[in-house]
Ligand binder design. Structure first.
Ligand SMILES: *Cc1c(COP(=O)(O)O)cnc(C)c1O
Length: 368
């Protein structure tokens, strides 16, 4: 029987294998493994890609958000607005610096934070908004930026899922005062292990973030602030420089695959398809459909060896880790509804039209 995994690196990593091996040898032979020319070069390339002045390579996406918050001096006594439906990392970063979380529900169609609901939850101690470009589609940045400006709030994009996506004419990761991204292997721009980055146009924030990621030190053994150790490795930087050259091509292929899904699934009434806002684009990090019979559909597809995942089965406010906040079921009904009905279909460069036809054919059979 045909078998289609949820994610496959076959095509992507097959294409670049010899270049990656060469990069490995170069770093290996250089005998320089932390904060060297590969990190510097990738930071320059990634900043340019995001249309920002500066980039700081860090250890992972969670650290990128934590360092962004620390750079802005956000901590105990402050509160931060985050979406109610996000990967838990966004929430954990806010908790980690000791700030309070103010969740805001998403728009029911785009699944991104609903700008209309932000203003009413702002408190006197609110310092920042962290919009998350979920599943790859950018948030509606204009209204969010207006609110941030009006209330003097910092804006931090969580751009872990949307590398290369646009809002109007600008790239994701270029809107906030300081922005965070993740190069977790499964992200559209993925390292071969954990990695992340910060982007900003503000030189002071850049210098401060760079200091914090390296023990709070600019000069070896002179520590200005209580920083952390979260540096992008030379090896990953070298790999990421290679993969960055392919990001647009791979995002384009994901968009073609998404178009096939749209075409094949559009006339099945039980299936809610992704909705892309006219001002936004998506890099289709994930292709997420929704149906009331989600668990049954997932089991059905599983029988045909079609891999699917749920992003995410439990919203942060109902996670055991957040039981101290005492949120009950029903506190954020839109986030909860998405969690109960969403299903991510296979999506990666190399997925063929035949594959999509096979997958959607099974979804159609299930729906009948
Ligand atoms: C992946 C992800 C992160 C965290 O990135 P890591 O590199 O795994 O720490 C943060 N936010 C979102 C929305 C993510 O998808």
């Amino acid at each position: 029987m045909k078998s289609i995994p949820f994610l496959s690196f076959n095509k992507m990593h097959g294409t670049i294998k010899s270049k990656i091996q060469q990069a490995f040898e170069n770093v290996y032979d250089s005998h320089w493994y932390i904060l060297g020319r590969n990190v510097e070069l990738f930071e320059k390339q990634y900043a340019e890609y995001c249309q920002t002045k500066f980039c700081v390579g860090v250890g992972n996406g969670l650290d990128a958000i934590i360092i962004a918050l620390k750079t802005l001096n956000i901590g105990k006594g402050d509160s931060v607005i985050v979406p109610s439906n996000t990967y838990i990392a966004t929430w954990l970063a806010v908790s980690y610096v000791g700030a309070e979380i103010i969740p805001v529900e998403p728009d029911e169609k785009t699944y991104n934070i609903n700008p209309k609901l932000i203003e009413s939850v702002i408190r006197s101690n609110t310092k920042a908004i962290i919009p998350v470009h979920l599943y790859g589609q950018t948030c509606e940045m204009e209204p969010i930026m207006q609110i941030a400006q009006k209330h003097k709030l910092f804006l931090i994009e969580d751009n872990a899922q949307a590398q290369g996506s646009m809002y109007r004419e600008k790239k994701s990761g270029s809107f906030g005062h300081i922005n965070a991204t993740s190069f977790y292997p499964g992200k559209n721009l993925g390292a071969l292990g954990d990695a992340g980055a910060i982007t900003t146009n503000d030189e002071n924030l850049y210098l401060k973030a760079k200091t914090i990621r390296n023990y709070g030190s600019q000069k070896k053994y002179f520590n200005q602030v209580k920083g952390i150790n979260s540096r992008l490795d030379e090896l990953h930087a070298a790999f990421l420089s290679i993969k960055l050259n392919y990001l647009d091509e791979w995002n384009k292929e994901r968009n073609e695959i998404a178009q096939w899904y749209f075409d094949y699934l559009k006339d099945i009434p039980e299936i809610i398809l992704p909705h892309i806002h006219p001002d936004c684009t998506s890099n289709f990090h994930l292709f997420v459909i929704r149906t009331e019979k989600r668990d049954e559909l997932q089991n059905y597809l599983n029988k045909y060896q079609i891999g699917t995942l749920i992003h995410y089965p439990i919203p942060p406010h109902l996670q055991e880790a957040y039981k101290d906040l005492n949120y009950r079921k029903g506190a954020f009904p839109i986030a909860e509804k998405i969690a109960e009905t969403c299903l991510s279909l296979p999506m990666y460069p190399g997925l063929t039209k035949d594959d999509v036809e096979y997958i959607t054919d099974k979804i159609r059979k299930f729906s009948k």
